[in-house]
Design a protein. Structure first.
Length: 373
């Protein structure tokens, strides 16, 4: 396959999407709110299945979570005799298509792909299947009606963000009775897990407590995933429309940048762990977020902690099920993966256990000094 075919296909898909719907609106429907699994039963696969296998993992990007996920996948697979190549997708659908071509060119025994843009991935998924390369995807997936069906590991972003929305609304009802929920959400338009899962889940959780008529979206639009830009965007918002009481964003750079601007304006504070002007939920589980979660003077009081170890395990188990023949390469099946919401009652010791396990070997995720909290 020539590299230009998939890149051209991406451009065609992008043009079709732009013509048919606003680019900011991913088409994949959010998952239903369901009970989170408390345990993942082991899958019976032949012993030594991965011995000598050559595997590739095309990552969404190479931030802390993706490093953790990739590192765990590599560790677990290589412990069973496989060789693993990790590829940085740079959070860019076109770059990911090139990465998929490069991975397929090595004729690997299996690929895991954390997809940025599901609709743009259709041709690459079909190409891998036509080449007989076992494939498992996560993150985003195409509509099955495109014919690109593949085993899909569904992260619990929607359900956990929903829980965070419930926590925010309950704070509002308890501390500002009679006020409407006025929500700011810094989004990443065109990224399904940001829009349909995290953002929609968070707002749905707020509405479940407040009622839809008592929820006003003050701001929800795309903001570049940058601390500086998020800070600038919040500074602008504080000038143009400062009347809001709930804040979140698709990732830690969104929330921490916005929080820095709030603090500079005398907001974003808590007393004895109770937010005074707004409740903030952050998404990622970085040390900076978790320090603020423990800080009784910070309004950041919920963190959707990503779980790279559990998710990497689920990706590998699912790929093994495909390799063993238990799952067909084109099975339209969804495998749920766990998630973790940390709130105001989470202890420093619990946070350190989370970081030590989930982010083992990821630089910057060292345990916190619990004597400070």
């Amino acid at each position: 396959m020539k590299r230009s075919l998939l890149v051209t296909a991406f451009m065609v898909v992008s043009m079709i999407l732009a013509a048919c719907a606003p680019a900011a609106t991913p088409t994949e429907a959010p998952p239903p709110v369901v009970a989170q699994p408390t345990a993942v039963p082991p899958t019976a696969v032949p012993k030594g299945l991965l011995e000598g296998k050559n595997l590739s993992f095309v990552l969404f990007s190479f931030d802390g979570y993706q490093q953790g996920q990739g590192s765990w996948f590599k560790t677990l697979a290589e412990a069973e005799g496989a060789t693993v190549t990790l590829i940085d997708g740079k959070a860019d659908a076109a770059i990911q298509l090139t990465a998929m071509e490069d991975a397929m060119a090595t004729n690997p025994d299996g690929i895991v792909w954390h997809i940025v843009n599901g609709p743009a991935a259709v041709n690459a998924i079909k190409a891998a299947q036509e080449a007989g390369i076992p494939l498992v995807v996560t993150g985003s997936r195409p509509d099955p009606t495109t014919g690109a069906t593949v085993p899909f590991v569904q992260l619990f972003d929607y359900e956990i963000a929903y829980e965070g929305g419930v926590a925010a609304a309950e704070w509002l009802k308890a501390n500002k009775p009679g006020e409407k929920a006025k929500v700011v959400y810094f989004d990443r338009t065109g990224v399904v897990h940001c829009v349909n899962y995290r953002g929609d889940g968070f707002i749905a959780g707020i509405k479940s407590v407040m009622g839809a008529d008592n929820v006003e979206i003050v701001f929800r639009d795309g903001v570049t995933a940058s601390m500086d830009i998020s800070m600038q965007r919040m500074e602008d918002l504080l000038q143009s429309n400062p009347d809001f009481n709930i804040l979140s964003g698709c990732g830690s750079t969104h929330t921490l940048g916005a929080l820095a601007a709030l603090e500079a304006a005398g907001r974003g504070k808590a007393v004895d762990g109770v937010p005074q002007t707004e409740f903030i939920m952050s998404i990622d589980g970085t040390p900076d977020e978790l320090r603020r979660l423990l800080d009784p003077t910070s309004a950041l009081k919920a963190v959707l902690g990503l779980t790279p170890m559990e998710n990497a395990t689920k990706h590998l188990d699912t790929l093994k099920r495909v390799l063993s023949g238990e799952l067909k390469p084109n099975d339209n099946i969804t495998i749920p993966a766990p998630g973790h919401l940390m709130g105001a009652s989470t202890t420093c010791e619990e946070i350190n256990e989370y970081m030590t396990v989930e982010y083992k070997d990821v630089k910057g995720y060292e345990p916190l000094d619990c004597s400070k909290y």
